[in-house]
Design a protein around this ligand. Sequence first.
Ligand code: PEP
Ligand code: MN
Length: 337
Amino acid sequence: MLVVMRQDACPEQIRGVVEAIEARGFKAHAIPGVQRTAIGITGNRGAVEAPVFESLPGVLEVIPVSHAYKLVSREVKNESSIVHVGNVPVGGEDLVMVAGPCAVESMEQTLTIARAVKAAGAHLLRGGAFKPRTSPYSFQGLGEEGLKILAEAREATGLPVITEALDNEGVDLLERYADAIQIGARNMQNFSLLKRVGRSRKPVILKRGMSATLEELLMSAEYILSEGNYSVIFCERGVRTFSDFSRNTLDLAIVPAVKKMSHLPILVDPSHGTGRREKVAPLSRAAAAVGADGLMIEVHHDPNRALSDGPQSITPDMFAELVQDLRQIAPVIGRRL
Ligand code: PEP
Ligand code: MN
């Protein structure tokens, strides 16, 4: 259920509605819009009696929300949301470039890459300190040491930092070092982790599970918003198919599908989406063309010696060339870069 306030509703009237919702044991989510504020109601088991709220001062109307996902949907908030990672707005006119290594390997490696991607035009730095690896014998990441290196790289370049949390304890740590918390594909339906980041003040990059449907992706974001964190950015990173020429199949069709259903921004990760270096640039151009709000790209200065995902990592030179190409495409599709 959604309580839509009149355009001239004052803050006390909004507070009054929030209190009335909470007095019934429900949760109220005030969603300010350009025109008016709407207040989403969650936590109700059955129907909410609309007339109770309709008669409160400042209320324009009470409308039922038909989808299982509510707070993420355009029914509740029609205007697209802009989510800030550090000082970088994601979801507005700017096409946002997130770049960096798959894993933080050392201070020197991370600083080298961070400086190179910054010079090439990146807005945000990515890099895993905790790595979800298929094999327990593969490099697992540097842990807190890696987070310190990322913080150092932010200091050196000014780039806000995105890094992955694998579990709730990881979130506690990341909150001290990172500008945004990434939830990886393997954790898209780790509901206790979703609730934990929902209680965080940091923005969340929610990657699509490798076999997740659109509805499952939206519901996972709903977990985060329902806990009070409205700063969620989706990330399409490819799904499992029968393809024998790429690591995953980058499902670019989900970009307009997400845009239709949700007001939240979406990035595309063509690195995990293809698994092959030479496919990263063409799929990046395509992702921009279908309306992605930005790209997340793995870059390594010495990819053949990378401790993880070398085959899909592009070099800083390739990244710089890609940014040049995207700068030409951006104005044609109504974007800025
Ligand atoms: C990553 O971004 O490094 C990563 C592990 O991605 P995913 O969760 O999409 O596999
Ligand atoms: Mn990776």
